[in-house]
Design a protein around this ligand. Sequence first.
Ligand code: F0G
Length: 451
Amino acid sequence: MHSSKYTDLALQKCINPECGREFSCARTLFKCPACGDLLDIWYNWDKIPVPDKLNEFAKRWANRNNPLDLSGVWRFRELLNFCQDRYKVTIGEGQTILQQNDTVAEYVDMQPGRLYLQYEGLNPSGSFKDNGMAAAFSHAMMVGAKSCACASTGNTSASVALYAHSCGLKCTVFIGSGRIAFGKLSQGMDYGAQTIQIRGDFDDCMRQVQAVCTKLGLYLLNSLNPFRLEGQKTIMYRIIEGLGWQAPDWIVVPGGNLGNSSAFGKAFYELKELGLIGQIPRLAIINAAGADTLNHLVNSKKLSWNGGRVNQTIIDQYYADLTARSFSPHTCASAIEIARPVNLKKCLRAIDVCNGVVRAVTDEEICDAKAIVGRYGLGCEPASAATIAGLKHLRAEGVIEADERVACVLTGHPLKDPNVTVDYHKQKQGQFSNPPVEAPNDLDEIIKLIE
Ligand code: F0G
């Protein structure tokens, strides 16, 4: 039985249909204790008073002095109903906007009025991670966690550090040495987290943090944590809200540890089951070419969800090959420099639910796309721009039509990684490089240089 502290509206459930075991939300688990597979949050929808129209959620903006109505996560609370209001954590995340952008549309060869950019850089720590942390830290408060940890390519650590000090939790973050963008590194240190820099890459950090959390009983905040993904579902609710409560034809998202794509698939599956949307959008997941595990497994090895019976041998062989080659991923989009994505199976399920596609794009394509978003949009960090580069591929292939309605998720703020931006512009390496012009300290000479 649940104690009164826990609602009977939600439970944790193993995603493997051959196991499918269920656990109370009172437990802190990041893998199924029976079979080791990933966990999902499942809801007792019959008992949850979900509004029958989505615009009921929008009305909560009118009540902005209630922090739970201001939060772009908790405004949708009936759709992630796993804890009571008194445990809910918010620092004003999810005040993000959907921006229609015709110049970027032209760059990717789409018709005017059809391309939208969902700018998640506006979150308190400057990335989409805050959506997930609002939910996961609420669970941490509910179970009485005192210390927490994560592995990170940078944004998770920044977000965890910020929420941890807001909630009064001790916090340790693991980063790969030399792999983290400076903006992100500076945030974690400034917010007071203990930063442990491991000699290795993100995948090494991910392995170590799981072992540390298990041994020391720390609360794990990577996207293995199923409560985090509940918060990230709300990015999709806000896109639909921005389109007058209509689903777009396509969602385009960068693929790293594959938490977002997994959360988005779950969001649309649930909205459809609840009768709140007519049609599920298609999902395009974009890897960087130097970290393209998902692209390789899906497109070359034909790996699929297969009703939950994922062919583990294909995955094991691929990872054994990476180990044999001492492969370490490399891309300027350091946020998605990941070779062993922990949410791979959930992502395969999302591809199944959303009739999804996967592509990989080069660093050069990412940097040009980033410059276009910078010049004509609100700017973004390199990993986010993989969406625009991927969309350009999918348009050229004819997979996406010029008049379809597409929303790209811009996952992080441009100031997260100024080095990539400055190098691109200064070294004149790209189509849109805009280097500074050297001038003598002389008024006439300076005036001559003004275009
Ligand atoms: N975009 C940005 C800006 C990110 O920071 C990340 C992941 C992704 C995309 C990929 O999202 O993992 O859900 O597929 N960053 C993690 C981190 C890994 O540690 O900050 P995903």
